[in-house]
Design a protein around this ligand. Sequence first.
Ligand code: MEV
Length: 403
Amino acid sequence: MKFYQLQPEQRRKLLQDEGLELEDIDDQVLKRLDELSENVIGQLRLPLGVVQNLIIDGQKYMVPMATEEPSVVAAANHGASIFVKNGGVSTVSHRDGIYGQIVLKVDEQFSLANLKDEFSNLVDLANQKFASLVGHGGGTRSISARQQGNLVYLKVLVDPAEAMGANKTNSILEFLSAKLGQLDHVEEKLFAILSNYPSQLTKGEVKIDPATIGGEKVAERIVLLSQIGYEDPYRAVTNNKGIMNGVDAVLIATGNDYRAIENATAVLANQDGQYRSLSKWTMKDDKLVGELTLPMAIGVVGGSIKARRDVQQSFAILGKDITSKVLGEIITSIGLANNLAALLAISTVGIQAGHMKLQARNVVAELKATKEEKKTVLNRMIQEKNYSESHAKDILEKLREEK
Ligand code: MEV
């Protein structure tokens, strides 16, 4: 039998026999995970944290975040607590659907105008075939096309309702491309697949009283940093990484496809041919105004969302009736919160002060010491502002000598 055909426990046994040490895993968990992916031999766990109080459009949310990076959840909480003092985040969402692409190879007699005449009929046929999606409030919305030489690029807009919609869109595209392939002067269908081009856009905006972040000077520094992020790709990519720290953590916690969102945001950041910050901070009427627009092709159903208990726990934290629109608004707001916290740290005490304290926790966690000893070591590392592993070991040694 091939490795992939084995039961997960057989795969584990094989690897263990070869001398690999594997972490223990519950049988039932292993079986469930094997249904989600391939060649499964174990699991990888991430800490799940929460942002306790995120106010969006007057509603309060608790937000789950899964990340291994110290300070990401702390930064999101810090940003969100500043938003609370300033009336929260206002959001606008445009959830028209996600794009699908079909590319056809055509001959010289092909007429684009004749093809376009078929579009409304094709949309109807797709909606009849995928009636359950229509029943959920979604459906195929439109088809458009352009021709370049002997290639025709079709763009299909599919509203996936509450799902991210990748599978459904691909099925619709394959259905449509089979019909298109039968048309006169179409030589062949080259491919039919969804496009991760930015769609389902959500904008978050905050208006901050400078007094709530340390005064006008701090606000001005944030505006300047934002301008630098607009002009300079070296800063822009780091600014955007800070945003994605928060965004990815919620995407992962909610079982969403963070690779799709990562790549779509990269397109947004590069819109005018230069890579720029996704966020913008300006002064308007004595307020620091922060804006962030993100592509939020995400879902609250579909994929493995219902099948994963860890993900269902995240939805329980968010509130069971959360829609994909609201989840997109939450994720965008978290991105803005992480961005503000990072800009604040950079423009005041510097990032390392907070980061290293949190990093010290990882160092201390690795020590072979009691809970009490670890607590004392951590406190001393913070007091002495020395966060290295060797210093942690020195402190522990001294501590034991003192006793
Ligand atoms: C670190 O993970 C993220 C930051 O570098 C983001 C930023 O510089 O804006 C702090």
